[in-house]
Design a protein around this ligand. Structure first.
Ligand code: PGA
Length: 258
């Protein structure tokens, strides 16, 4: 039931890693695993590698996406890339609001909302990242932060749009640190996210929105996370850079899908 409503999705977020050549080689190695995978496999690659990666993955079960997008479709925005450009390059999804962009580039949830809208208008699927910092967690503010980020990032979305959105809960203190949320803690926040969505839209729509967990996901913790009822997939940074560890994560997920 859960699997029918929300298929398990494993997303590799390569961040600023891998050249075109390296991306092609990685995808060639991943193809056989992807063919028999029960989980959907998505790779968020650097802009420069989107076209080559999409060409390499063409006809397979691997989807290619971007890690950021501008909220306008064209214009005098030096250095920026629009949703239509990303789509034409062969991508099918875009990560928006990653905590590194929220902190390093000062992206607000309002901007994330505009970016996600542009992604949807271009026929792509947005993965909207949310998550609290260590200071916010220690102050007991996690739920307040999550609720505000979700509400602002999703403002104005129709039910149909919301069904195309994927949420990624990534506690900032867990990203790249080796510290991981316990499965119980992650499940608790995922269930809270679904409740927030249900309160704004409705129960049925909330049940259809996939919520991924991200932050120090590794082969040795993937299985216990994916077993949780409201964790619908994983957003994997560092461990998606090695074909071996990414494939092990996929394998552990496939063996633990309910
Ligand atoms: P990490 O990154 O797996 O290296 O912690 C996750 C992310 O930033 O999406």
């Amino acid at each position: 039931m859960q699997q029918e409503l929300r298929p398990t999705t494993i997303v590799g977020n390569w961040k600023m890693h891998k050249t075109i050549h390296e991306a092609r080689a990685f995808i060639q190695g991943l193809l056989p695993i992807a063919q028999s995978s029960l989980s959907h496999i998505w790779l968020a690659v650097p802009f420069t590698a989107i076209y080559a990666s999409a060409t390499e993955a063409h006809g397979s079960r691997i989807a290619i996406g971007a890690q950021n997008v501008h909220d306008m479709d064209e214009g005098p925005y030096t250095g920026e890339v629009s949703g239509s450009m990303i789509k034409e390059a062969g991508a099918s999804f875009v990560i928006v609001g990653h905590s590194e962009r929220r902190s390093l580039c000062h992206e607000s949830s309002r901007l994330v909302n505009r970016k996600a809208k542009s992604v949807l208008e271009n026929g792509l699927r947005p993965i909207i990242c949310i998550g609290e910092t260590l200071a916010q967690q220690e102050a007991g503010a996690t739920r307040d932060i999550i609720s505000i980020q979700l509400t602002q990032s999703l403002e104005g979305f129709s039910e149909a749009e919301l069904r195309k959105v994927i949420i990624a809960y990534e506690p900032v203190w867990a990203i790249g640190t080796g510290k991981i949320a316990t499965p119980a803690l992650a499940q608790d926040i995922h269930s809270f996210c679904r409740q927030v969505i249900s309160n704004i839209w409705n129960h049925d729509t909330a049940q259809e929105v996939s919520i991924l967990y991200g932050g120090s996901v590794k082969p040795d913790n993937a299985a216990e996370l994916i077993r949780e009822k409201d964790i619908d997939g994983l957003l994997v940074g560092g461990s998606s850079l090695s074909l071996e560890s990414f494939c092990r994560i996929i394998e552990f997920c496939n063996n633990n899908i309910s």
